[in-house]
Design a protein around this ligand. Structure first.
Ligand code: PLP
Length: 224
């Protein structure tokens, strides 16, 4: 694809997001975070040049390398992956716009300690394992609200902004939909939460219809 073709291709992805969000409400705004984990800095630069500003990575070392390589561009960097405790300092050095995957109380307390020592804050989303899959990280739906409130109260350097979830791993649309509805219901009951991050390349329209206002699009944005 040349640049003109790529631009038309991205317009089409944006149009799909638009159709889905308007079906919810004219006032329902959805943000696209382009997940660049399969892509090079050069490919990010191409997508940036046609208007995409927010990018996400799922490995701290990749986030560091790409944000360093592209530091001249005013890109908004998100971290969407599982964060190991021994990588917290590396992540905080980068100071991302949003960390999507706060997935345990233990991690929250460790993160709080490191944030406090640096006198900084970090915007975070609580990851919810809505379909209760062993392969996924995150809080179980039953404990998510309670844990969210606990972190909000006990971790003053963590700014909780809402929730994140990965749709159920299933071929049954009904099962995927149910996992999104579970996450949205929790989100809607949280005081002050403004971000519901759910939906990836294969299921973003469904996620938006279930209330997502932030989609994490990897393969589709980079045409892979
Ligand atoms: C890779 C990844 C995505 C994007 O996946 P695609 O299916 O390529 O859109 C979204 N969220 C997380 C947490 C990821 O790791």
């Amino acid at each position: 694809m040349n640049k003109e073709e790529y631009k038309l291709y991205i317009d089409d992805v944006i149009r799909r997001v638009e159709f889905a969000r308007v079906r919810v409400s004219a006032h329902h705004i959805v943000k696209i975070v382009a997940i660049s984990k399969y892509s090079t800095a050069k490919e990010i630069e191409e997508l940036y040049s046609i208007g995409q500003r927010a990018y996400g990575e799922n490995k701290v070392q990749d986030l560091r390398a790409k944000s360093e390589e592209l530091k001249e561009l005013p890109i908004e960097w998100h971290f969407v992956g599982n964060l190991q405790k021994n990588k917290i300092n590396n992540l905080l050095d980068i100071d991302p716009t949003l960390f999507h995957a706060l997935d345990s109380l233990e991690l929250a307390y460790e993160l709080q300690k490191k944030l406090k020592a640096r006198d900084m804050t970090l915007d975070c989303l609580l990851q919810i394992n809505s379909a209760k899959e062993d392969s996924k990280h995150g809080f179980m739906p039953e404990t998510a609200k309670e844990s969210y409130e606990k972190i909000a109260k006990e971790c003053p350097n963590i700014n909780l902004k809402g929730v994140m979830s990965i749709g159920a791993h299933s071929n049954d649309i009904g099962v995927i939909k149910k996992s999104f509805e579970t996450t949205y219901k929790i989100y809607s009951e949280l005081e002050g939460a403004t971000i519901c991050s759910m939906g990836m390349s294969g299921d973003f329209e469904l996620a938006i219809e279930c209330g997502s206002n932030m989609v994490r699009l990897g393969s589709i944005m980079f045409n892979k």
